[in-house]
Ligand binder design. Sequence first.
Ligand SMILES: [Zn+2]
Ligand SMILES: [Zn+2]
Length: 111
Amino acid sequence: MLTTGRCRFCGRDETPGQHRAPGPICAACVEAGLAIVRDGEARTSAGDTTLLRLLPDAEATCDHCGRHERLTFLGFRRPLARVSCPELESVICEPCLDAAGDLINKTVRES
Ligand SMILES: [Zn+2]
Ligand SMILES: [Zn+2]
């Protein structure tokens, strides 16, 4: 299910033909978010907001799954990589970014 509305990370309104995942987060922000998780470099979104990676000990939870850490199978708590937009006060974790990316890819392929 894709959600419509303003992207919570760049603040841009939806334009026809644009796909976005629940959050809502647009494809451009999913892509930027995944790159930020990989290299830790802050980026400016297509809507001129700042996207940055949170420090591992930050307690901000993901807007989507409500988590900020995960349990490994040995029972250790590992912080989740999270990307935040400070201007819009939104946070998304790496697994949710991955899921959003998969969803957008799938929808693009099916349409
Ligand atoms: Zn966006
Ligand atoms: Zn999440």
